[in-house]
Design a protein around this ligand. Sequence first.
Ligand SMILES: [Zn+2]
Length: 389
Amino acid sequence: MRATFWLGRIAGVRVGVHWSVAVIFAVIALGLGAERLPDAYPGRGALGYTLLALLAGLLFWASLLVHELAHALVARRSGVPVDEITLWLLGGATRTRREAPDPGSEFRIAAAGPATSLGLGVLFTALTWLLVAADAGPLVEVAAWLAVINFLLALFNAFPAAPLDGGRVLRAALWRRSGDRPRATAQTSTAGQAFGWLLVVVGLVVFLWTGAFGAVWLALVGWFVAGAAALEGQASRTRQLLAGVPVRESMTPGPATVPADETVGGLLSETGPALDHPALPVVGRDGTPVGLVTREMLRNVPVEKHRTLTVAEIMVPLDEVRTTPPDGDLAELLPSIDPGPEHRVLVIDRNGRPDGGNGRAPRLLGIVSPSDVNRTISRLTGGHRQPAG
Ligand SMILES: [Zn+2]
């Protein structure tokens, strides 16, 4: 996802905020600060209402973050590595490195989110009562609003349609019953598309009927759910297609590399073929892979630093780059293969040992990009193209 600001790490998980969050902040600030709070507790200054609305907005996003963190922490406990959490226009998204290994884990990871929102709803309800007892004025309204929002989040996410949490819970149940994950995914994907389009229709009808702006948002959410559900079904079919295909059959072997100690200026002034690639593996003096650098990262370096900054100082270090052995399963890479250049996968031969610690240095064999995967898909489907999901 583009235009994301990285806030840092919480419990080791990278957390980012997409710029579109500002839109929701504005909606909340206007709705609460300009209407709801002044209506419920009139006669106070506009600044007070605005500050309270901003506090409510912050706690709203904090609630979403706690919901996503619940998914992330349970995922990690189930042995599923978590790459990052992003907050954006329509809520939060937790990106895991692979799918849950069994129905039980899938159920726990999915259920953790709505259960947490439910807990937060109860917590804010209790807080509302305390604030009422303390006669805390507009703060009561803020706490009550947060309680309702968290209950709504739990309810909405529990709907049994992919990609919502309830859809994952349903998929875990279907998967457990039939033992067939792809079939369970196809079923929840269909349910998700039906649910999404239903929301679009309901949202548009309500909007035309009442003119309420919230209805447009509902339609937008429905449109997103339908699209994501369709993608999920497609990704599952792609995964089935690529299962068992070794990475070495899809990778671009012997990719162009750049030396870690080269300066940015030195690299950019080169007219060689290196800069034709959106992403380049970075290697040390002895040729061992040490990271990945994208053309965009190089171009983002200010001109006055071209002569002093080296590639090593701006690259993504190897331990943050997705890597795979050459005989790894291509289907396993799918969650990592994104259109973004920083999501390239490096194929590294570690001589059969995960740490390469048997004296021989790890060797870079190739790189896997989305177009490599798409080419393999085309080949396997006899030229019928299907984008990697
Ligand atoms: Zn969730």
